[in-house]
Design a protein around this ligand. Structure first.
Ligand SMILES: CC(C)(COP(=O)(O)OP(=O)(O)OC[C@H]1O[C@@H](n2cnc3c(N)ncnc32)[C@H](O)[C@@H]1OP(=O)(O)O)[C@@H](O)C(=O)NCCC(=O)NCCS
Length: 289
């Protein structure tokens, strides 16, 4: 990872929306919005590098190459596949439940034994081409993974989504969770989706990281009721580091890093690292693998 100088600049102002709307906009629209966030505030420093972020290419994976043709059947993943991870998945898969959910949801689903899944019949799971849901594998967390889709919710899978042991994903009534390709939810991470949350390709949530688009309670400040929920959009190849928290209405640009323990309340420009409470830009032109 390369962290450049140019520190201590405020994150751009948030774009809070009045009423929560489900996120159904195509990714092209999201990218152009996030591209706009990559522009530095006027009169500050040089513009942020706009070259493509370094997303891992599964074609370069040595383990896949070793498996030959069979390697081509493995789902695309966030990191190179280690042989021990592959066998950990094979050993722990709940065969009957995986088969049942693959048929019920009409997509490719692998569920580990003891992982929790609760999907209402009115919920929709949309599988894009090559989409794969890996739920409840890896890590020796004492807690199983949990995926809950409430009434009339939508989960869109645009590629491989890995929900590791100890991670929790909860989509409340009528909300839309949209996951890009090679998205990863590490142990203890949590997503609470009441309006709409979109994660771009190659984005990862580290240990204990959290994204929430809701305050969960109506809150009055100086006599005014504030918006209880607003959609969250995270770009491609974003690292949400350990115990970071991203709150309602925030847009995070492509290639950004949300530092450990940050509480993000405002938009984050592309390829910037933000940290602290509330989060401020601590480095520009960052990259990570
Ligand atoms: C973002 C990160 C990479 C910064 O690392 P770094 O460049 O070595 O940071 P430095 O120690 O050089 O600090 C640079 C500045 O940023 C600040 N800073 C660094 N990390 C910070 C954090 N987590 N929160 C707030 N400020 C932070 C420092 O105080 C310092 O400010 P200063 O210039 O005023 O002294 C690191 O903090 C981080 O979050 N790493 C991810 C850890 C993690 O969760 N990994 C798991 C991934 S699965």
């Amino acid at each position: 990872m390369v962290l450049s100088a140019s520190r201590h600049h405020r994150v751009s102002r948030p774009r809070k929306t009045g009423s929560p709307a489900p996120l159904v906009a195509p990714s092209v629209t999201m990218r152009s919005e996030l591209g706009a966030l990559g522009v530095s505030p006027p009169g500050t420093e040089r513009p942020v590098d706009s070259s493509p972020v370094s997303v891992y290419d599964p074609a370069e994976d040595p383990f896949r190459r070793r498996l030959g043709r069979l390697g081509g059947l493995l789902p695309a993943t966030h990191n190179p596949v280690a042989a021990r991870d592959f066998w950990a998945v094979v050993r722990r898969v709940g065969i009957v439940r995986s088969a049942w959910y693959s048929v019920r949801l009409r997509g490719r689903v692998l569920i580990a034994r003891r992982a929790r899944v609760k999907i209402r019949h009115s919920a929709t799971v949309e599988f894009g081409p090559g989409a794969f849901l890996l739920h409840g594998f890896l890590h020796n967390s004492p807690a199983p993974a949990s995926l809950e889709l409430g009434r009339n919710t939508t989960l869109t899978l645009r590629g491989t989504a890995q929900i590791w042991r100890g991670a929790q994903i909860k989509v409340y009534q009528g909300a839309h969770l949209d996951l890009g390709d090679r998205v990863i939810f590490n142990e203890g991470s949590r997503v609470l989706c009441c309006a709409g949350i979109k994660l771009g390709d190659g984005t990862g949530l580290s240990w204990g990281a959290e994204i929430s688009d809701t305050d969960m309670h109506p809150i009055r400040v100086n006599g005014q009721w504030i918006d209880e929920q607003a959609p969250v959009v995270i770009g491609d190849h974003v690292m949400v580091a350990a115990r970071a928290m991203i709150l309602k209405g925030v847009h995070v640009g492509d290639g950004a890093i949300v530092a450990a323990g940050a509480v993000v309340t405002e938009d984050v420009p592309a390829r910037c690292a933000v940290g602290g409470v509330p989060a401020r830009v601590i480095a520009r032109d960052v990259d990570w693998r």
